[in-house]
Design a protein around this ligand. Structure first.
Ligand code: PAF
Length: 279
């Protein structure tokens, strides 16, 4: 496994591999890797000849300076995990390497970006769009792998690929969970011991909604779920949406693909999760 810090060097190496006819699988990350990321690396390994993982904490997608400042940076242990997962190349650029000039690019993701994360984190998806487009241009992968935990991000990236007419195939990986149901996230390490005990309530609330679909409307369930979460969390939203448009539904008949999405603050840590509901 080799680590590259510059675009030029990485591209030179990937060009050699492409000349040999090798396919490239790409897993973009912000580091602080956990089993969710590693499962995406395994997916890429199984589907492509060469696996590239980027580690870049992208400043322009953080709307909260404290979140950016406290975001865990664990390059050494990340590199060990990636070596074990038989990754071929790590791309680990500096902010200056990625953004030598001020970024002015603006995307229009339509209604996909006006709801949920988009409504609560101003500019977040534009920052994701800019960095993912740049990474896609640099790596020029055949397939790129993203986790379903960031369900709205996945929809935005699919839209980005349409807008930019990129040749990459976007693949989704299942959310990985701790034994008690907490969705794996790089931010989980910031939970206090006390808060960690409450954290699985997000997943149990999602499951409660799934189990009660038969006897309550989406609107009633969303309200109840917010109340349940409010005991230990400061929930930002709990929405039942159509899995393609991400727009809130009022009646079960409004969609064939209902998904419940939630964001809630626990202490100073913001957690998100989602669950595809079984009709
Ligand atoms: O999901 C993430 O870790 C980031 O949002 C991504 C896709 C690597 C872009 O910075």
């Amino acid at each position: 496994m080799k680590t590259y810090n510059t675009i030029k060097e990485l591209q030179k190496e990937l060009e050699v591999q492409k000349q040999k006819g090798k396919t490239i699988g790409f897993v973009p990350t912000m580091g602080a890797l956990h089993a969710g990321h590693i499962s995406l690396v395994h997916q890429a390994r199984a589907a492509c000849d060469i696996v590239v993982v980027s580690i870049f904490v992208n400043p322009i997608q953080f709307n909260n300076p404290e979140d950016l400042d406290k975001y865990p940076r664990t390059f050494e242990s990340d590199a060990t995990l990636l070596e074990e997962a038989t990754c071929d190349y790590i791309f680990y650029p500096t902010v200056d390497e990625m953004y030598p000039e001020k970024v002015n690019q603006k995307y229009d993701f339509g209604l996909l970006e006006t709801v949920m994360e988009g409504a609560f984190r101003e500019g977040h998806f534009n920052g994701v769009g800019v960095v993912v487009n740049k990474l896609f241009e640099i790596v020029n992968a055949d397939q790129a792998f993203f986790g379903k935990k960031d369900f709205q991000q996945l929809a935005i990236i699919r839209r980005l690929v349409e807008i930019e007419k990129l040749p990459v195939k976007v693949m989704a990986g299942e959310t990985m969970r701790e034994c008690d149901g907490l969705a794996m996230s790089s931010r989980n390490v910031r939970l206090t011991e006390e808060d960690r005990k409450f954290a699985p309530e997000i997943f149990s609330t999602l499951n409660w909604v799934n189990e009660n679909m038969g006897n309550q409307s989406p609107t009633e369930l969303m309200e109840e779920a917010m109340k349940k979460l409010s005991v230990h969390f400061k929930p930002e939203y709990f929405q039942i949406v159509d899995g393609l448009t991400l727009q809130k539904i009022n009646k079960w008949e409004d969609t064939n693909y209902p998904i419940a999405c939630v964001a809630a603050n626990l202490g100073r840590v913001r957690l998100i999760d989602n669950l595809e509901l079984n009709r």
